[in-house]
Design a protein around this ligand. Structure first.
Ligand code: ZN
Length: 257
């Protein structure tokens, strides 16, 4: 007679990640465009979607374009500013802020400029591509908050400083611009020192995000991936969650208890 043997309970990927988080004494999250998709911000690499579908970003959103033709730059960037300014954090952003508050997450390194991690309550935040939170005069350095920029546009639709004739530029890294050295250095230190790096909503193809999981692995840490679609790090990852980022992170929080 055949005896029914109960199959061992399969641990879900969310449970596996929760276990890794529980074991790690230093966990860092690296986030990309995918974490903001549930907030209604399309990933510009998704073909046919979003504000980048009809323009060449290198043509309009580069530092050269900004210097050469600020009117055209702002024609493109101004609606983007107001679109991003209205967006709110989603449960994935909130889940990371919750992990930090519970002492389970040391920092968030993000490629996003949408300031939604800050809005969700993340305190240790490294924005390697800058943020739309502020814009600065490229001549005198005067800084303006997101809400103040709209008042700076002249009749040509160019944002001009109110204390000098200088142009005002968003404090985001435009194509062709140097990445902020201090932020990159901090991100590399965090990655190298992490026992666990959780890569969320990033295709891990764009520098500097591409190199950070490798630093964690090279120093003996684990890498976890919470991203739809393949990434170059999938093979080396200890666990991969490829569902909706918000649902996956909520499942991880639930598994942590
Ligand atoms: Zn100025």
């Amino acid at each position: 007679m055949e005896r029914q043997v109960a199959a061992p309970a399969r641990t879900s990927a969310a449970e596996q990640l929760a276990e890794l988080i529980g074991r790690s004494s230093s966990t860092v999250a690296l986030t990309g465009a995918g974490i903001s998709v549930p907030s209604g911000i399309p990933d510009f690499r998704t073909p046919g979607e979003g504000i980048w579908s009809n323009v060449d970003p290198f043509e309009v959103a580069s530092i050269d374009a900004f210097r050469r033709d600020p009117q055209r730059f702002w024609q493109f960037y101004r609606p983007r500013f107001s679109m991003l300014g209205d967006k709110r954090p989603n449960p994935a952003h909130v889940a990371l802020a919750t992990l930090e508050r519970r002492g389970l997450l040391a920092a968030v390194v993000t490629q996003n400029i949408d300031r939604l991690h800050r809005a969700a309550g993340t305190r240790e935040l490294i924005e390697v591509h800058g943020s739309i939170a502020t814009s600065s005069c490229i001549t005198c350095g005067r800084s303006y908050g997101l809400d103040e920029v709209e008042a700076l546009f002249d009749g040509r639709g160019i944002a001009v400083c109110d204390i000098c004739p200088g142009l005002v530029k968003p404090d985001v890294v435009l194509f062709g611009e140097m990445l902020p050295v201090a932020a990159i250095e901090r991100a590399r230190q965090l990655a190298a020192g992490a026992e666990l790096m959780i890569c969320i909503g990033s295709s891990l193809e764009v520098f500097p995000a591409a190199g950070l999981p490798e630093l964690t692995l090279a120093n003996g840490g684990d890498v976890a991936i919470v991203t739809k679609g393949p990434t170059p790090c999938d093979r080396e990852a200890s666990v991969k969650l490829d569902g909706d980022v918000a649902e996956e992170l909520l499942a991880v929080l639930a598994a942590l208890g």
